[in-house]
Design a protein around this ligand. Structure first.
Ligand code: ATP
Ligand code: MG
Length: 250
């Protein structure tokens, strides 16, 4: 069977001529957990935005379950849930609960099912007590939690997280990380970018480094991580990894 996500010869150039991606080839298996790292401007966000057709490649293509993204854009958007780096742009509802309900409502689910998903998603990110708060008045970290809840409520097969830990406090990182690990255990396919490898690396089964719009390393985390500094990413300290993940997950 073909890999769930196939990225073939993907290149992208922005309107001003900047090269975003230069010939990316990747196959991502269903149920895998891939971390993508790299310096600022290396192309991580640009790559993720191709996965559900937010941008159209200059050349090459992305296929999901063998179907080119642009042959079934609605299907791709349903299959791939994306938590953006810029969460502000992702919030559409007046209140926290409305915002999370927005996606499931578009799926035309029953009222009971929508309520169940909203409760579960808010609980998962620790926002249940803020369900009636206006979204305009949330802090940066609360907005990120809300964006994550919105994607969780859609229950997509593939979840893409672009810098999910940015802006989060200690408890927030713990909650989001526990949710991500749980999604992985339940067989979802995860693609995540981060500059904070110590938080996720032990749960991932693949670590990719990007530089200049290209994939420059790709392999098991224990192998590729050794070269982190070469690609402008802080080497995770083992003590930090052990201490942080133990206290979060036990
Ligand atoms: N709208 C745009 N117009 C022109 N160039 C852009 C635009 N968006 C991004 N770029 C450029 O494309 C390259 C890749 O950007 P991208 O946002 O994918 O990097 P990134 O790896 O996600 O970085 P970061 O770690 O800062 O999030 C950079 O050189 C960036 O300056
Ligand atoms: Mg980015």
């Amino acid at each position: 069977m073909a890999p769930l996500i196939e990225i073939e010869n993907l290149s992208y150039r922005f309107a001003n001529g900047t090269v975003g991606l230069a010939g990316i080839n990747l196959a991502i298996e269903a149920g895998s957990f891939t971390v993508i790292a790299g310096a600022n401007g290396s192309g991580k966000t640009t790559l993720l935005r191709h996965l559900n057709g937010l941008i159209r490649p200059e050349s090459g293509e992305v296929r999901l379950a063998s179907v080119p993204v642009f042959d079934d854009l609605a299907g791709a958007r349903q299959r791939v849930g994306m938590v953006f780096q810029d969460t502000e742009s992702q919030i559409v509802g007046e209140t926290v609960a409305d915002d999370v309900a927005f996606g499931p409502e578009n799926l035309k689910l029953s009222r009971e099912e929508i309520a169940r998903r909203v409760d579960a998603a808010l609980g998962a990110v620790g926002l249940e007590k803020m369900r009636h708060h206006g979204t305009h008045a949330l802090s940066g970290g609360e907005k990120r939690r809300l964006a994550i809840a919105g994607v969780l409520a859609m229950e997509p097969q593939i979840l893409v997280f672009d810098e999910p830990f940015a802006n989060l406090d200690y408890a927030g990182v713990g909650q989001v990380l526990a949710r991500i690990v749980d999604l992985h255990h339940r067989g979802r396919t995860l693609v995540l970018t981060t500059h904070a490898l110590e938080k996720v690396l032990r749960f991932a089964d693949r670590l990719i480094f990007m530089a200049g719009g290209r994939v420059v390393r790709d392999g098991p985390p224990a192998e590729t991580v050794k070269e982190a500094e070469r690609f402008g990413v802080r080497l995770p300290c083992r003590v930090c990894m052990d201490r942080e993940t133990d206290s979060w997950l036990n």
